[in-house]
Write a protein that binds this ligand. Sequence first.
Ligand code: PEP
Ligand code: MG
Length: 758
Amino acid sequence: MYVKKFEDLSKSDIGIAGGKGANLGELTQAGIPVPPGFVVTAQAYEYFMDEAGINDKVMSILEEIDINDTKALQAAAEEIKKIIVEAPIPENLILFIREFYNELCQRVGEEDTDVAIRSSATAEDLPEASFAGQQDTFLHVSGDEEVIEYIRKCWASLFEARAIFYREENDFEHSKVYIAVVVQKMANADKAGVMFTVNPSTGEEIALIEGSWGLGESVVSGDVTPDNYQVDKKDNEIINVTISDKKVMYTNDENGTSVKVEVPEEKRKERVLSDEELIELTEMGKRVQAHYGEPMDTEWAFEKDMLFLLQARPITTLGGAEPESEDASSDLGEVLVRGLGASPGMASGIVKIILDIDELDKIEDGDIMVTTMTTPDMVPAMRRASGIVTDEGGVTCHASIISRELGIPCVVGTGDATTTLKENSGVTLDGKKGLVFEGISETKEEAVVAAGTVEAAPIITVTEVKANVSMPEAAEKAAATGADGVGLLRTEHLMLTSGIHPGKFIADGREDELIDTIADNVQIVADAFYPKPVWYRTLDAPTDEFITLEGGENEPREHNPMLGWRGIRRELDQPEILKCEFKAIKKLHEKGYTNIGIMIPLSQSPEELKKAKALCSEVGFEPHKDVDFGMMVEIPAAAIMIDEYIKVGIDFVSLGTNDLTQYTLAVDRNNEFVAKHYSEEHPAVMKLIERTIRKCAEAGVKCSICGQAGSVPHIVEKLVEFGITSVSSNTDAIADVRKTIARAEQKIILDAARKRIE
Ligand code: PEP
Ligand code: MG
């Protein structure tokens, strides 16, 4: 239990061996050549801390820290590390470690063999949480005394200042994060590098290999520009070889310590990998990918013609724009404005500042739209833009949601983009980091394309994975992900294709036209997903967003539209619009689209649900009998009174956490000044979410989520535990959400099985 050989570990052992250790175990078990070794488990660390009796002392120091006081944080980290380094290790644990190390030495036929000692952190509740790069690695350790000393240093590195800071920032409980230590025979590589088993930007089945002389550190650390090779996996054809000037390498000196040295002149421009070696690597890549069932990012080394794999992990950025955005930002010009990264990807173009809706025509294909805040009627111009920058807004504001759906990079909440950026100047924006740079970047094209690619993952989950759709033209792309339906069809934008305020249709006696506009647009979505369910949400029209439409002049000027006349309260005041919506859905049902359900937004009392259902009946469309009728939970009152709503009768509930968060925390989601206080993970919000899901589960009512929180993997994991029946997210997040759900479901099954065994 305290020490395990790689042969006895597999990828399900993250809780014991951490991600790195579990992975090495999995590779070893799969017969992939890996330098041999063992793992001092997370339980060994726990045992050490318990036996040494230092847990309370460490925790009490942590409780006192203000992580934003860098000096105090540093001092506390040093104090804790000292406590760990000075505490005695239980004798039996020392014996175990010695025994495993000596056995390793015998196996490789070397006395006091050189090993690498690496930390592999793991969290109790979130075993796959990423703590990469936060703890230490020590190379070329030899002899059992040194091995034990460095294992202890790894344990202590769990309390490096940056690791403490990270856990506090991400709400990980310090006492629930453990550390396993990997002890592995050093690979004394002659050449080494990395291999992606598919092209990470396009997903193409091409092995992308980078290699350089000496140990892999030079490639991984970026100290050298490595050779680059591409091999077509179908027929092992080498389709690209780019040889670079490799100036430095890492190698072992006579004491076995790794040192950076200059590459001898004659080898600098020499090709590192032969055709045979490339094919051997590609074949190994195929085996690794087949074993894991997904594309992998690996580290490899050749030592005297023997190929080893040192590391393998899934490619997390597939279908996203991350690699490009990292690289692209690094060689860009000055940062002109900063805001919140709202839709990932890089975009370059000419700035067009829109201060008035009449100026929208200025936006030509590929321009960067810069505006105070987008409104729904800007969508056609947004579509032409290659990037969007706003002064106002948070990551759940309208501009953010639509940009994500359109796959357009977007930065919101900059405060002053409309005054700082110059009309007609060239800029590049990084929609992940929330930065706008001076000048045009060459890399924009691929990045934007990558941001729009969607991965269809063949994973089956019991919890349904659905898509949020706001614009009919996004339906095909959303359906192509294999989503189990549409958990939120926002009505605002599809009504706006006409550019006319729905109230004006009514005032002009053109109800039929309004009904047709709604029905035609909803049909496109219902078609793309048929026969999977599509939940049509009735209009949630904030006055400030509808004011610019034709006929919108009469919208009241409200102090805070987010708390104002919107959602079902407004619809019940303007029942004619709501009735047209019900009639449109009824018309589609009559055409055979019985997969459409109705969902009311922003309800604060069960009375509203009763009234909405009565209006639906009034148009000859009977809730529950003719059509599924559900509601969104977006106001704390609705979460608290969910039992009362269930008594009135609902077929399903969907958690609108964008609004639920703003109303629980009193943080306007469109106000960048308070964006830092906006958090779906606030315990009060999570309590309301949990309560709603559990109450629905008890009553047998389906419960879903369609707010942005449903696109955040570690929140999704909790939702599955609470018993959510479906998760509806942005199209670009679906593949990740599906994987998270699958893992969470398996964890629940595994935990239950383990409990039975105990
Ligand atoms: C929500 O509030 O979480 C939601 C999905 O609705 P919207 O973002 O359209 O307000
Ligand atoms: Mg909402």
